[in-house]
Design a protein around this ligand. Structure first.
Ligand code: CO
Length: 432
């Protein structure tokens, strides 16, 4: 089971690739891709389908034997994006000696120092000319070789480096792309690499490339480590590990009375307020369309929302043996201790006593332990998509996630056992 997660992480360096891989696995599992431009048509019990938005968010549905209005729906949500660096337009910066570095912009909140001195590559999507100006083509790009590196300053130029460094997002984190060998290459280095890579999919000319959304990605593979191979080392565990657990669960689940929904949103790391983020009404439109197709009234949708339950799955902080003072004295989840329910008095998390009791009940039914997280009261902590979604679809639900170390590092640490637990609990939830 863990090898499937590791392969998914390696094949999904950024949101666009993650969504493509999820779509491929859904199709292989009998889910039909629907075009949201077309009428939904009749919706029957047992129907399985999915839609995507912006190529970076994806929503899958397995229709229950009872209509939404009568049985509600069981929804698992997670996010496809992770902190990284976006390549800016006109990115090439020619420096002395023909060295070319790339101008980038920080995406989300990475621990920037963890991106230094490791082979990096590019991944994302390239927009390519088609016959229709309003509908250009999209080609996905994942260069599978070391292409770039953000190099540190030698310690001899900064003797205080181990006492902590302040990093500029504009100066310190620009990666080296290459060294030009002729003036013809100047300004074309990045485009040449993109053209060569896209050419492996189909012939594309220079003039056809209109724009791109490209990001830096680690080239090292995800792996397990530890004496018993009990830990996972990978980038993007936040939140692709939760996306994948949800995917495994909806593929493994059986048809049931209740409709099963998997919602993978983009842009959680930048606040979710985009058409493909959890702040978008897109998912509520889809649910409304399904309810209308089943029952012919808008009323059915409102009933469905009242009967539904949401699990917002985003990773939690595991107790770190080097920094015990950062954690709440009585609620600090352990790696391998099972899924974590997250609470926050200021309501940054959707969980409350009622929804937590439901989730703990599902864990008990699945034979899986569960843990609870709250912040140390002097530490601000984070937030996630659960309550952003709940503010447009007022769902009863819980914020949870598997505990990891080094959240937002280029390589985070998770637990193999927790992944297995999580798939079990999610499958149980869908089957209820
Ligand atoms: Co997250």
């Amino acid at each position: 089971m863990i090898n499937r997660l590791l392969s998914f992480l390696d094949a999904s360096p950024v949101n666009f690739l993650a969504v493509k891989n999820i779509a491929d696995m859904l199709e292989a599992g009998g889910f039909r891709r629907l075009d949201p431009c077309q009428p939904l048509g009749a919706v029957k019990a047992g129907d399985r389908f999915f839609v995507t938005k912006n190529d970076s968010s994806i929503y899958a549905f397995r229709i229950g034997s009872q209509p939404l209005a009568e049985a509600g729906f069981h929804m698992i949500c997670a996010h496809s994006d992770s902190p990284t660096f976006r390549i800016k337009p006109n990115a090439e910066m020619l420096c002395e000696g023909g060295l070319v570095k790339l101008n980038t912009e920080v995406y989300g909140g990475p621990i920037m120092s963890t991106w230094f001195d490791r082979p990096l590559t590019l991944a994302g999507r390239v927009i390519v000319r088609s016959q229709d100006v309003m509908r250009p083509d999209t080609m996905l790009l994942h260069i599978k070789r070391p292409l770039l590196q953000i190099s540190n300053l030698a310690i001899h130029f900064n003797r205080q480096v181990n006492d902590g460094v302040k990093l500029s997002r504009q100066k310190d984190v620009l990666p080296l792309l290459g060294q030009i060998t002729s003036q013809l290459e100047a300004g074309n280095l990045l485009l040449n690499v993109i053209l060569e890579e896209l050419g492996k999919q189909r012939p594309v000319s220079r003039e056809d490339i209109l724009d791109f959304d490209l990001y830096l990605a680690d080239t090292a593979s995800a792996c397990t480590f530890g004496v018993h191979n009990e830990f996972i080392s990978s980038g993007r565990l936040d939140d692709l590990s939760m996306c994948f657990a949800g995917l495994e669960a909806i593929l493994a689940a059986a048809d049931s009375d209740t409709t099963q929904v998997l919602g993978i949103f983009d842009n959680e790391e930048t606040g979710s307020q985009t058409k493909q983020g959890a702040g978008s009404p897109f998912l509520s439109y889809m649910l409304r369309r399904i309810a209308l197709a089943q029952s012919g009234t808008e009323e059915a949708y409102y009933q469905a929302v009242e009967r539904a339950f949401m699990i917002s799955a985003d990773n939690a902080h595991a107790w770190h043996p080097n920094y015990p003072e950062k954690y709440d004295p009585t609620n600090h989840p352990m790696l391998g201790g099972g899924p974590v329910i997250k609470f926050n008095a200021a309501q940054k998390y959707a969980s409350d006593a009622a929804s937590a009791a439901v989730f703990a009940g599902i864990c008990a039914k699945a034979g899986v332990p569960c843990q609870r997280f709250v912040n140390h009261s002097d530490v601000a902590g984070g937030s996630t998509l659960g309550n952003i979604l709940a503010s447009s679809i007022p769902l009863r639900g819980v914020d949870m996630g598997n505990a990891i170390l080094a959240m937002h590092s280029c390589r985070e640490t998770g637990s193999v056992r927790d992944h297995e637990y999580c798939v079990k609990v999610f499958t149980e939830f869908y089957n209820m």
